[in-house]
Design a protein around this ligand. Structure first.
Ligand SMILES: [Zn+2]
Length: 461
């Protein structure tokens, strides 16, 4: 089975070239000058369009347990929405509950995901119970293709790890060449601020932002970097939202430390003003770290240009406004933390290209190529080259669309980007050579997606 994508501009981190792409079964067979091949079983005309490697969203939470409920997208609905938005790989988080083992956790997440995904998927492991057995099991995870471990400096009593526990896990990461991912917010201080706000009768959603000041993200990021320096572990800061945290990352990188960071579209486009919307509306925007004051956004775009922010992921973790966000009416601390976004990352970051904030090459790099290399998937993913999986997006840069809950495919009853006008639109998506999205609709299937056993971070040497 051969598919020819002809006439398009093939994108990579170095920009675009006019080229044709020949796909044989599940892989790219050739990238040629235009017109070298002219027949195949299927010919897709990409004239005037971009042809880019499928997006890789390295931070999603499908059907994740949180505060007595589960995030609203299943692996099936979430990966289908991802495909619609040009994302052909997700890396989701298996969540260790306290008192359970990493291996049984991984088994549980395979049960949820295997056979249910529309695109390929891998796992990171959330470590919330550091002890001798857990540390030993990190090795088993790595052998099973899970080479990155997320820890939390926030959420005391739930996912929180002490500095000592983080240090021990980082030593293990150093020893095994695996990566520690960090949710860097000072949760101990935040919990005091939350208690004080509630005690003085302040329960509305904006308090979620006011009780998690950006300085406490900066402080925790610096502390994580110091612990990584002491132990020699590679460190990846997840969902960086604050200028103070970015400064700490930039300084560490300038000194040669293996420190990396991602940001998310919500921090580039939304702000605490959204959290402060009247009534309970702000609950739609409750995620941690919280949406920041607008002044942070210019710094984050700069960080994307300078590579101090090297990846854009979504932290997709949707909760329905009606039934789930409702749990925190009157008490913002009970609003499930998370926002939907897996479907819109490629489009939203393309607006950065349209606005001149980032180049075309940088768009592809931050959304596909770098996450592939960061999490051990390159060159199978993240590039259009002979031998790579044929995960390919044909993108119409001139199309116009308006984002809305009415038309999105995520299993959630609101859009954080309702009414956003977007220039550009995904036209066709191939996942391992199969057309899963086209102008005539979704033609993929549940169970098409395969588990990706990942290698270690490919930036360490
Ligand atoms: Zn997350």
């Amino acid at each position: 089975m051969r598919t020819l994508i002809k006439g398009g501009t093939v994108l990579s981190p170095t920009g675009g070239v006019l080229a044709d792409v020949l796909v044989q079964d599940e892989q790219v067979a050739a990238v040629t000058a235009p017109g070298v091949f002219d027949t195949a079983d299927t010919v897709l005309d990409a004239t005037g369009k971009y042809v880019l490697p499928g997006g890789i969203d390295a931070h999603t939470h499908m059907e994740m347990p949180f505060g007595g409920t589960f995030s609203a997208d299943t692996f099936e609905t979430g990966t289908t929405a991802a495909a619609w938005g040009g994302t052909t790989t997700i890396i989701d988080f298996a969540v260790q509950a306290k008192g359970t083992s990493l291996v049984s956790t991984l088994d549980k997440w395979h049960e949820k995901a295997d056979g249910n995904c529309a695109v390929d998927y891998g796992f990171h492991m959330i470590v919330s119970d550091v002890n001798d057995a857990t540390l030993k099991e990190m090795e088993t995870c790595i052998d099973s293709g899970v080479t990155s471990f997320k820890m939390f400096m926030a959420y005391p009593g739930v996912f929180y790890s002490t500095d000592g526990e983080i240090l021990r896990a980082m030593q293990k990461a150093r020893e095994t060449g695996s990566t520690i991912m960090m949710h860097a917010e000072n949760g101990i201080a935040i919990d005091e601020l939350v208690a004080q706000a509630l005690a003085s009768g302040k329960g509305e959603p904006v308090q979620h932002g006011l009780t998690r000041p950006s300085a406490l993200e900066g402080e925790a990021t610096s502390r994580a970097i110091t612990l990584a320096q002491v132990t020699g572990a590679p460190l990846y800061i997840v969902h960086l939202s604050a200028a103070e945290a970015l400064s700490a990352v930039a300084e560490a990188r300038d000194s040669g430390q293996h420190v990396f960071a991602e940001t998310c579209p919500q921090y580039l486009y939304l702000s605490i003003d959204d959290l402060a919307k009247p009534g309970f509306e702000g609950a739609k925007y409750v995620a941690s770290p919280p949406l920041r004051e607008k002044r942070h956004q210019a710094d984050l775009w700069r960080g994307l240009r300078t590579n101090d922010l090297s990846v854009v992921s979504t932290d997709h973790c949707p909760f329905c406004f009606k039934d789930q966000k409702e749990l925190g009416r009157g008490d913002f601390s009970k609003i499930p933390n998370g926002m939907p976004g897996v479907e819109h990352r490629m489009d939203l970051l393309h607006q950065g290209v349209v606005a001149g904030e980032i180049s075309l090459g940088r768009w592809v790099e931050a959304c596909s190529t770098t996450p592939a290399r960061m999490f051990g998937l390159y060159p199978r993913k993240g590039v259009i080259a002979p031998g790579s999986d044929a995960d390919i997006v044909i993108y119409d840069p001139a199309a116009r669309q308006t984002l809305s809950a009415e038309t999105h495919h995520m299993n959630v009853d609101y859009s954080a980007y309702e009414g956003f006008e977007i220039t550009g639109k995904v036209e066709t998506v191939l996942s391992r050579g199969k057309v899963v999205v086209s102008p005539s609709g979704f033609s993929g299937g549940t169970g098409h997606g395969r588990f990706l056993s990942r290698e270690k971070c490919q930036y360490l040497n």
